[in-house]
Design a protein. Structure first.
Length: 364
């Protein structure tokens, strides 16, 4: 009943073992562990993997239709428009040439998010028609969650989430350079743009609150490896008031909100929790022990480091997991998690060592 264990941890109730929350995209390991080709049978392979491994949060694909296998040895892909992406799990990553239709600051200043609410065909990850009502969006999210639950059963806990909480909107719409310029030097325009983008996100969080999802993930990459991309003071002025509002909707519905962010979240954790997040899932660059000292009653996930797995040194992998377990054993909301992902570049043996070590050391 790993779904139950995940829910217990999210609610800070005792669990028999430290649960797992892994960002998994390694089809070679999936096939090695299950004996099922995940390109031919993605549903069967994932279900069997969840049966075999202690992964408590996750989902099984709703269908078992074959996925096109990438060419052997192919690392990057170029589409018909000349946009490049990299291999990612059984597919490919996003292209990361965001904002290509905006070339000048004048383009950014002239943009009105409220006049461009249909993002269903846009290039912004969260491709939704934001002209829809809250009830219509909620119906879409309920359908998605129902399908995931039906396919996954009690093998793991599926969650609902939103990628474009607020900071991602100008990043994905304008690209990094123009976003940084307007954010740093044009405060009034930045506030106007955030207010417009917030209308989209507000609808989503209100819709998520009308589902029966137990956990809502809210993603925004406000940090990179060195820390916040903008100063904490800037984030308090421009971003956090919206977080507090957005997260109030699922919180009022009894849902746990988990903030997901790349990079090093040490300097933003206190503020994120003050805005209402029940936990943070991030990367190993973060000082998780410092956060735990101040917030032992929060959900914490992400201190595992895939660079240790890349060494394929079994002793080093076991040592890392032993250290993780010693840190998290007495934290009721702690999850084993390689915060920088379990990507396809890792060997099957190193991932198996990681899970074997968690089985050995993960007892509460």
């Amino acid at each position: 009943m790993r779904k139950t264990r995940a829910l217990d941890a999210f609610n800070l109730r005792p669990t028999d073992r430290i649960p797992h929350w892994e960002h998994f995209s390694n089809p070679a390991f999936e096939e090695a562990a299950t004996g099922i080709d995940p390109w031919r049978h993605p549903q069967r392979a994932r279900r069997r993997m969840l049966e075999l491994l202690p992964m408590d949060i996750g989902s099984v694909p709703a269908a078992d239709e074959p996925i096109e296998r990438p060419p052997e040895g192919k690392l990057t892909f170029v589409d018909a428009e000349g946009r490049q992406s990299a291999r990612w799990g059984t597919g490919s990553s996003w292209h990361w040439d965001w904002g290509r239709r905006f070339t000048t600051l004048d383009d950014v200043v002239a943009y009105d998010p409220l006049a461009d609410m249909d993002q269903s065909q846009a290039d912004v990850v969260a491709n939704l028609d934001y002209r829809l009502s809250v009830d219509e969006l909620a119906a879409q999210y309920r359908s998605r969650l129902d399908s995931s639950r039906a396919a996954t059963g009690d093998l793991a806990l599926p969650t609902l989430g939103y990628y474009n909480t607020l900071f991602m909107w100008p990043l994905l719409t304008f690209g990094w350079e123009l976003f940084l310029e307007v954010g740093a030097a044009h405060r009034a325009e930045m506030k106007r743009l955030f207010a417009g983008f917030a209308e989209r996100s507000r609808l989503v969080f209100q819709a998520l609150a009308r589902t029966d999802a137990e956990v809502i993930t809210s993603h925004d990459d406000i940090c990179f490896q060195a820390g916040p991309t903008f100063s904490p003071k800037w984030l308090r002025e421009f971003v956090y008031p919206y977080y507090e509002e957005f997260w109030s909707y699922p919180r009022a519905a009894g849902q746990k909100v988990i903030f997901i962010c790349d990079g090093n979240v040490t300097r933003v954790a206190d503020d994120v929790f003050a805005c209402g997040a029940a936990g943070i899932c991030s990367e190993p660059y973060t000082d998780w022990r410092a956060i735990a000292r101040n917030h032992p009653d929060r959900i914490l996930a992400g201190d595992g480091d895939n660079r240790v797995l890349l060494t394929e040194d079994r002793e080093a992998i076991f040592a890392m997991v032993r250290e993780m377990a010693d840190f998290g054993r007495n934290l009721p909301g702690y999850f084993f998690c390689c915060g920088n992902h379990l990507p396809w570049t890792l060997s099957a043996s190193s991932i198996q060592d990681y899970f074997d070590a968690s089985q050995e050391y993960g007892g509460r």
